[in-house]
Design a protein around this ligand. Structure first.
Ligand code: ZN
Length: 336
């Protein structure tokens, strides 16, 4: 999956018969300039929620396209049909809504409740300053996060997802180095990329450690969890602004901000196979040409690259994105 600065999302899926299915949709963000949702910090929260919802929609949709080839389309369950008729909404939307809610509950359970709960178990002496307790909680949260990201890569499908993530980065690097856009050429490039959603996730973790360390500490478990819940959107919003400020810069501070995220990509990407790079290239061409190339012929990659650079893509802000990575503020380079 690749995004272009116009809000276009290109999806490419390898079907069971070996062919590549592609699809292009335009998703306009609600965080428009001049509106409340477009205000600094608020827009980061909007981007965070939108990337979560869009990411899950796209992953499910990719699975649908894959299943479409084998005729194994999933039927809505009885409960989903009942709920759909009650609420007057599509059964697919309802299933997606439930999936998003479950994902949020899982994330809050792992990264908010669990660290706070574990902190309760530590026999703190009275002399331990509160700021130390908050920092320990933050570090515990970070360790759970890293363990989770590394742990799920043991699942075969997640490992493939991470490989595709690596393929996306390689294709974009290959393009940025103006090299020939073929799988054989792209595989030589790094699977780590400075503009990756992984960086955003890590920054949210890092800033939340500092932020919550500054808040007054409460020994009441529920009060502590509640403050975390209330301030998470603010932390996500601030992180977005920090990342946006650093996106176009190559200063020392910008590189320091990006460094942990790049390191984290050792977990969220894997070395891809050539056939995965072919899929990433299909999505890339589609995004690059604003969806005008429904079935990009792989042999003619060279002319289409020329086509791309002839238009306004001299400073590409193409963004590779997978569900695991969340979303970086794309289009940042072109906006300002
Ligand atoms: Zn990425």
């Amino acid at each position: 999956m690749m995004r272009n600065p116009d809000g276009g999302v290109a999806l490419a899926v390898r079907k069971p018969d070996g062919t590549i299915a592609t699809e292009y949709t335009v998703q306009k963000s609600r965080a428009r300039k001049g509106t409340f949702l477009g205000l600094p910090v608020v827009r980061g929260v909007v981007a965070f929620v939108e990337s979560l919802v869009n990411g899950m929609q796209m992953t499910t949709h990719a699975a649908d396209i894959y299943a479409g080839g084998t005729g194994e389309q999933e039927e809505p369950t009885k409960f989903e049909k009942w709920l759909a008729s009650k609420l007057g909404k599509d059964a697919g939307d309802i299933a997606m809504g439930i999936a998003v809610v479950l994902a949020i509950i899982l994330a809050l359970g792992l990264f908010v409740f669990l660290p706070s709960f574990l902190l309760q178990l530590i026999p703190w002496g009275d002399s331990v300053p509160n700021i130390v307790r908050s920092l320990v909680e933050g570090v515990v949260r970070l360790l759970i996060f890293l363990g989770y990201v590394a742990g799920i890569s043991c699942i075969k499908d997640v490992k493939r997802l991470y490989q595709y993530h690596g393929a996306e980065h390689k294709v974009i690097s290959c393009y940025e180095h103006e090299a020939e856009l073929t799988p054989e050429s792209a595989i030589k490039y790094s699977r780590f990329h400075a503009r990756c959603g992984t960086n955003y996730l890590f920054l949210v973790m890092a800033i939340s450690i500092l932020f919550f360390a500054c808040l007054p500490y409460s020994s009441n478990f529920f009060l502590r969890v509640l403050t975390r819940l209330v301030f998470i959107p603010l932390v996500a919003g601030i992180s977005y602004e920090v990342l946006k400020a650093c996106a176009a810069s190559d200063s020392l501070i910008a590189r320091i901000v990006r460094a942990p995220g790049l390191a984290l990509q050792r977990l969220t990407t894997r070395e891809p196979e050539l056939d995965m790079l072919e899929v990433a290239l299909a999505a890339f061409h589609l995004a690059m040409n604003n969806g005008k190339m429904p079935e990009p012929p792989m042999e003619e990659t060279q002319p289409s690259m020329e086509e791309g650079s002839a238009t306004d893509f001299t400073h590409p802000s193409m963004e590779a994105e997978t569900e695991c990575g969340g979303k970086m503020p794309d289009a940042t380079i072109q906006e300002e």
